[in-house]
Design a protein. Structure first.
Length: 292
């Protein structure tokens, strides 16, 4: 659980650092649109530090998935929204309402219950059918992400957010389906390609969701997609279990932690700083919100 929580801290902190770098890059002006902003952000230490934290978080996630049930790791990763909220309050001076502080506490309580109730990871290796199923889901997520701009405006954020969640869920399950790190076995394992494709497709779908739909809706859908589905796969097909007699506590802790994360869904994308007031007689230019 320590590794899972460490991954959540890394991901949550990385979000804030990258948001700060993106804001600074946007303020510098210049050409190149979104690509230009990204290139300018890559020259800032905060963005690079965020990428390093993302990499460290992924390694910690892999370690956690090799020793804990998927449902425990998924709920812990969803708590990265709580980390983002707390770090934002500190570094970006964002004011958290009482309800949001309460949601942070709810997440912590849910994770504490999960920590008490979680058993060891399941001992079932998973079938080839499950491996190919994960690859199929990854391809479907990629298709949704590529079609993001053509989806109906109503419900677009929900669909893209769920797709991103399923993609990240594919990564969680695929880690458990990789038995050997030897190159020949890796190349012959469909789960390897599912992991790589699922992660890339999830980022594509999430980026499209943040640019084209409701951020809160997309983030909430993503949390559900990356927690509920993989948890069911872990219990039904990979043998994940709880400690003897504590199944009820694990279910309650999972539900509480995910509910708290959903209450903090607006931190899936940090809001832009308010624009300075326009001078008298000058009409303000409309602003366009972009993902951080």
């Amino acid at each position: 659980m320590v590794c899972a929580l460490g991954a959540a801290v890394c991901f949550g902190t990385a979000t804030v650092l990258q948001a700060m770098a993106a804001r600074a890059a946007s303020a510098q002006g210049g050409r190149g649109g979104e690509a230009g902003v990204l290139l300018r952000a890559l020259r800032q230490w905060r963005y690079l530090a965020g990428l390093a934290l993302d990499g460290l978080g992924f390694l910690l996630q892999v370690v956690a998935l090799r020793s804990l049930p998927i449902y425990a790791v998924g709920a812990a990763l969803a708590s990265s929204l709580a980390v983002t909220a707390v770090v934002s309050a500190r570094l970006l001076r964002m004011r958290l309402r009482r309800g949001e502080w309460a949601a942070v506490g709810v997440v912590c309580a849910g994770l504490a219950m999960l920590g008490l109730a979680s058993g060891e990871e399941g001992d079932l290796g998973g079938s080839d059918a499950l491996r190919f199923a994960m690859l199929g889901v990854a391809l479907a997520v990629l298709g949704v992400g590529l079609a993001g701009g053509r989806l109906p405006e109503r419900g677009r954020g929900l669909v893209l957010g769920l797709a991103a969640g399923f993609g990240f869920g594919v990564v969680e399950v695929s880690v458990r389906l990789i038995d050997s790190l030897a190159l020949p076995e890796l190349l012959a394992n469909p789960a390897t390609y599912a992991l790589l494709l699922g992660g890339g497709a999830a980022f594509l779908a999430l980026t499209s969701a943040l640019q084209r739909g409701s951020v809160t809706t997309a983030t909430a859908a993503m949390v559900i997609g990356e927690t509920v589905g993989p948890a069911l796969v872990g219990v039904v097909w990979l043998g994940d279990r709880t400690r003897e007699g504590l199944g009820w506590l694990a279910v309650l802790g999972f539900a509480v932690a995910v509910a708290g994360a959903l209450a903090l869904a607006r931190f899936g994308e940090l809001p832009q700083e308010p624009a300075p007031p326009a001078a008298p007689g000058i009409s303000p230019r409309p602003s366009r919100r972009s993902g951080a």
